[in-house]
Design a protein around this ligand. Structure first.
Ligand code: ZN
Length: 279
């Protein structure tokens, strides 16, 4: 008897690998419809306004009550146990793909109605994190992605080209890049600091690769513009920054590359040790 994804459904990297292998997918972009089809999940295109009606008319027991305004996709099930994914096709492609893979993640994680009743916000948050793990493994499979990461020089241009190759969002791609990078790298999302006079950035969250020697804490205030010259590359900045400026428990000079992908309010920073850069 063969081994199937069901044997590994609770281990995202293994479940994803088995599903992708079974679908014969060997290179990006991973087709969300192929994966959904293999799992017996119908993808139903509906406008946002159609969502609730459709779910009701099909006898699905769950309607997208929460966050309907920004809803991109939701997993629904019928009385006969069939599942489908409703999608809001007006959303941008990369976002929609992520949302569909996220819903597939809920399916693989067994987040079905049987365990959904009485779920608390904490439980839902935990399930969403789990669903995101499946989504990352499916949309940017680690073996494939790692090979591509290793073929590219460290830099945000690598993130851009991976984003394009995997048809993923910038944020998801940057996270995956830092998570899987074999060298010490970190990505940071930051927004302007609370003290506008000080002109600092405030860390929203950071993801470090396994070899990055310190953790970057959220809410750290960074005086980035002392070290980074904005516009030194098209639409961004580059410089070197001492790790002390990031309040890190290490002594090293770091390269920092920085862009504002969404028009200036949030900043994406990529950090990695500068050559021979001990402080
Ligand atoms: Zn979710």
């Amino acid at each position: 008897m063969g081994v199937s994804w069901e044997d590994f459904r609770l281990v995202p990297p293994m479940a994803a690998k088995m599903v992708l292998d079974a679908c014969g997918i060997q290179q990006p972009p991973v087709c969300e419809r192929t994966v959904a089809g293999y799992l017996g999940l119908e993808i139903v295109e509906a406008t946002r306004d159609d969502f609730a009606d459709y779910a009701e008319s099909r006898g699905h027991e769950r309607t997208p009550a929460e966050g309907a305004e920004k809803l991109e996709a939701c997993l629904c099930w019928a009385h006969n146990g069939d599942h489908c994914i409703l999608v809001n096709q007006s959303r941008p492609e990369a976002r929609l793909r992520w949302s569909i893979f996220h819903e597939i993640g809920h399916f693989l994680g067994g987040h079905t109605r049987a365990v959904d009743t009485d779920s608390t916000p904490d439980v839902r948050k935990r399930r969403d994190r789990t669903a995101n793990k499946y989504a990352a493994e499916l949309i940017m499979p680690r073996g494939m992605f790692l090979k591509d990461v290793q073929a590219l020089d460290i830099g945000l241009s690598a993130v851009y080209s991976l984003e394009e190759r995997y048809v993923s969002s910038m944020e998801a791609t940057a996270s995956r890049y830092a998570e899987l990078h074999p060298d010490p790298v970190a990505i940071v999302w930051a927004r302007p600091g609370r003290d506008t006079g000080a002109n600092t950035l405030c860390v929203e969250y950071a993801i470090e690769s396994r070899r990055f020697p310190a953790r970057i804490n959220r809410d750290t205030e960074v005086d980035l513009w002392t070290y980074v010259e904005w516009d030194s590359l098209p639409g961004g900045g580059f410089g070197t920054i001492p790790s002390s400026a990031l309040h890190l428990s290490m002594d090293q000079v770091l390269n920092v590359q920085c862009i504002a992908p969404h028009g200036g309010y949030r900043f994406l920073l990529l950090l990695w040790p500068a050559e021979g850069g001990d402080e």
